[in-house]
Design a protein around this ligand. Structure first.
Ligand code: COA
Length: 161
């Protein structure tokens, strides 16, 4: 089974890594799909930087040889077929997020009836975590060490300088 885990990953957090590790437990192959730009968000890192950070952060993860990081710029429904995927994986942190994600999932299925989605409940330790929260804490010089991989921490420090 090939699973796609899509996102902006601006930047990747420990919450995302937890979902990828868990996806590797049931999928033979996991494609981490890095969207070029989320139309509603202004990014901090370029797509190339986000991919580089993911690559570094995931290099030590068990099963990383069954994982691939790919960039995409169009619809997830189309990228799904390009990857020959069987399922999309989404991490869910709250009921509000589920409602939002369910609407996206239904829209994706409308466009591609083959597309199935598996929702994984976020690790309780990560329910508060998002890329925006990490960026805000870092912008004020707060400690993000427990929230992101080391490479992200230093990349964010470099961005601030
Ligand atoms: N742990 C910690 N944080 C998590 C998380 C987890 N398990 N899961 C999600 N997050 C965070 C992300 O960091 C992100 O934070 P931010 O809003 O501060 O940046 C936030 O939760 C939202 O994540 P997500 O819903 O995954 O948004 P995204 O922008 O990362 O990805 C896509 C959204 C890529 C899946 C979606 O935009 C997409 O499919 N785009 C392609 C175009 C398309 O097909 N659009 C039509 C869809 S109907």
């Amino acid at each position: 089974m090939t699973a796609i885990y899509p996102g902006s990953f601006d930047p990747v957090t420990n919450g995302h890594i937890d979902i990828i590790r868990r996806a590797l437990c049931f999928a033979d192959h996991v494609v981490v799909g890095v969207v070029s730009q989320n139309v509603y968000k202004k990014g901090m890192f370029t797509q190339e930087e986000r991919v580089g950070l993911l690559r570094e952060a995931l290099s030590g993860v068990d099963g990383s040889e069954r994982m691939e990081i790919r960039e995409f710029s169009g619809l997830l429904a189309e990228f799904f077929d390009e990857c020959g995927a069987d399922v999309v994986v989404r991490g869910i942190r709250s009921p509000i997020e589920y409602e939002y994600d369910l609407a996206q999932t239904l829209a994706n299925r409308q466009m591609n009836p083959r597309l199935e989605t598996i929702f994984l409940p976020a690790n309780p330790a990560h329910v508060f975590l998002s890329s925006s929260i990490v960026k805000e804490i870092a912008a004020f010089g707060g400690d993000i060490g427990a929230m992101v991989p080391d490479c992200v921490q230093s990349a964010m420090r470099n961005k601030r300088q």
